[in-house]
Design a protein around this ligand. Structure first.
Ligand code: AHG
Ligand code: MN
Ligand code: MN
Length: 337
């Protein structure tokens, strides 16, 4: 079977608003009850609010360290906190999510919507080291239908279902323009935000990653800590005169490669044998999107496809190699002795 994605079942014209798009394509959703549609609307709404906060960050003195650490011992930024609050609030008010797992929270955040059928895992602000330097950042989200009974609080098992159980996933990129990109398992669509109208408009009706590309994206500062097969692969890329492009915001690096073709690598290092990226709210959603766009996401030799992984804990990490199909294929073919 080809890994290239299937044709869209319902094509919509460029310029369609997100709202209209969601209404028209609702029947594509695995659970066409309108609830998932509402969840996507809630995420888009929080994205608009966060986009506004980011745009005024330099003026409103919201940039800079918050003076607290998150559960993983990292310095929290004010915008990390702001984005976390905005997304949780939107998902709480929307009523469809019974619980949220956030990078910024240790455990499950119960929204009080015990009848809600969905749970959402989220990296509210990705690329936080770039907040203060006016470089693109993002939000990443992943949606599951809960497995615990309706009416009761969500449980750990709702979030530990594994990549293949995602029913929707995507990201918001706060870049030169703000974009929402998502999949519900029927290809990948991209919307661009027009802030003066307060609307997302369909700008990328069918996102397909080129089969190959000439960009590699990784933190080469970690070169000496990379496994040999990764160094050999990067040497090959350089011999081919590929371009190195690394923003340091996963969403931005990933989005560029999705559009023009390339490979993103966050390999295991000596210090972090599982890499740095988080499985539930970074690697799973981006793996779902890239596969729906005809690309590939792997956790590295011997670890398999990211979508096949079954997590054991919330803030679990995984190495990530993702992007154009043939580039990831080539990496996996490297000698690992
Ligand atoms: P976050 O800001 O959500 O903690 O994520 C940061 C991640 C990711 O965005 C980026 O690709 C990666 O960290 C960069 O790590 P290095 O600085 O180690 O390259
Ligand atoms: Mn992140
Ligand atoms: Mn983050």
């Amino acid at each position: 079977m080809s890994h290239r994605p299937l044709e869209d079942t319902i094509a919509q014209p460029v310029g369609t608003t997100l709202e209209r798009y969601i209404m028209r394509t609702q029947s594509e959703f695995p659970y066409a009850t309108g609830e998932l549609s509402q969840l996507l609307r809630d995420i888009a709404l929080a994205g608009k609010i966060v986009s506004r906060e980011i745009n005024r960050a330099g003026l409103a003195e919201v940039a800079g360290a918050f003076g607290q650490q998150n559960v993983q011992g990292e310095q929290q930024q004010k915008l990390d906190v702001v984005a976390n609050i905005r997304f949780i609030r939107a998902l709480t008010n929307g009523g469809q999510a019974c619980a949220v797992l956030s990078e910024e929270e240790d455990g499950i955040v119960h929204t009080g919507n015990v009848q809600g059928k969905y749970v959402v895992a989220i990296d509210p602000l990705d690329g936080s080291s770039n907040i203060d330097v006016n470089v693109s950042i993002g939000t990443i989200f992943s949606i599951y239908r809960r497995v615990s009974p309706y009416g009761a609080p969500a449980t750990e098992a709702d979030f530990l279902q594994g990549g293949r159980r995602q029913i929707a996933a995507g990201y918001i990129l706060y870049g030169s323009s703000t974009m929402l990109v998502y999949t519900t398992g029927h290809g990948v669509v991209g919307f661009t935000y027009e802030s003066s109208l307060g609307e997302f408009f369909l700008s990328h009706p069918r996102m397909i990653i080129p089969e190959t590309g000439s960009i590699f994206s990784c933190n080469e500062g970690n070169w000496h800590d990379y496994p040999e097969y990764v160094r050999d692969y990067l040497t090959r890329c350089k011999e081919r005169r590929c371009s190195g492009r690394y923003v340091g915001s996963l969403v931005a690096d990933y989005h560029r490669n999705l559009l023009v073709g390339g490979i993103y690598l966050y390999p295991p290092t000596q210090k972090n044998p599982d890499g740095k990226l988080r499985l539930l709210y970074e690697s799973f959603p981006l793996a779902f999107v890239i596969e729906q766009a005809g690309g590939r996401a792997e956790a590295g030799p011997g670890r398999g496809r990211v979508m096949d992984l079954i997590p054991t804990h919330f803030h679990q990490r995984t190495p990530l190699f993702t992007g154009s199909y043939s580039l990831v294929d080539e990496l996996l073919g490297m000698e690992t002795t």
